[in-house]
Design a protein around this ligand. Structure first.
Ligand code: HEC
Length: 212
């Protein structure tokens, strides 16, 4: 009997294949899921006594568990490696997000709203004046290493665009939470307006000093 259309199939599969990394990640994810399903299933009925058969199935179960754990570890390691590759530990904002302009007016109402939200959601880590000295600041960790919250009160903060601050507040970065779910876009822009007021603008430094 001739083997029909093996080549066609192979060619079709080659077309539009996603990157190899993704295929591996997908396989590992499926393996992990399979493992979870497998290990939550009760053992075969009637095998309360350890016999040969359930012994066999325990062995299979164990190797699937090991494969699943290894797979999950690989996926996590891969994700971590990707996260830390460019620019070491720097928190880099995508250019498109950094260019975003603040669409709401920086009036006193928004400033007050931003202050209220800051004192509710940011102050524990960043401190009232944004110096990074909130009550929780000393105990923050990332991957087991201590990390300090960014200092939001230095003129250097003005090197970051409104879009950058908005993106960082929206996305978060462990241990800083992401705020895009908890605050509306408008509220996050109000926070940006308030955070801006914590750091003196570099060029207006002298003026600001005489103007409390
Ligand atoms: C659980 C503690 C925690 C909370 C709550 C928190 N942050 Fe952060 N924040 C951090 C840490 C830690 C960093 C440093 C992250 C890094 O550099 O990788 C940071 C960094 C930042 C940065 C970047 C600073 C820089 O120099 O790039 C901004 C802006 C910021 N936080 C704003 C906020 C605002 C606004 C809120 C409230 C809406 C908030 N954070 C809530 C811990 C926190």
């Amino acid at each position: 009997m001739p083997v029909a259309h093996r080549e066609d199939e192979g060619a079709a599969r080659r077309v539009g294949l996603p990157g190899r990394k993704w295929v591996i990640a997908l396989i590992l994810t499926i393996l992990t899921l399979l493992n979870i399903v497998w290990s939550t299933y009760p053992p075969r009925s009637g095998s309360t006594q350890p016999d040969k058969e359930s012994d066999e199935s325990m062995k299979t179960r164990n190797s699937v568990t090991i494969a699943g754990v290894l797979g999950a570890a690989l996926v996590i390691a891969g994700a971590l490696a990707q996260d830390t590759k460019p620019g070491g530990d720097e928190w880099v904002t995508p250019a498109r997000a950094a260019r975003k302009q603040n669409p709401i007016p920086a009036d006193s109402a928004k400033m007050a709203k931003g202050k209220e939200l800051y004192e509710m959601a940011c102050f524990a880590c960043h401190g009232l004046a944004g110096k990074g000295d909130g009550s929780a600041a000393a105990s923050l960790e990332r991957n087991g290493a201590p990390i300090r919250p960014g200092n939001l009160s230095e003129p250097k903060l003005w090197e970051q665009s409104d879009g950058t601050l908005f993106w960082k507040i929206s996305e978060g970065r462990t241990p800083m939470p992401a705020f895009q779910e908890s605050f509306s876009e408008e509220d996050r822009w109000a926070i940006v307006i308030y955070v801006r007021s914590l750091a003196p603008k570099p060029t207006l430094n002298a003026q600001a000093k005489g103007n409390p």
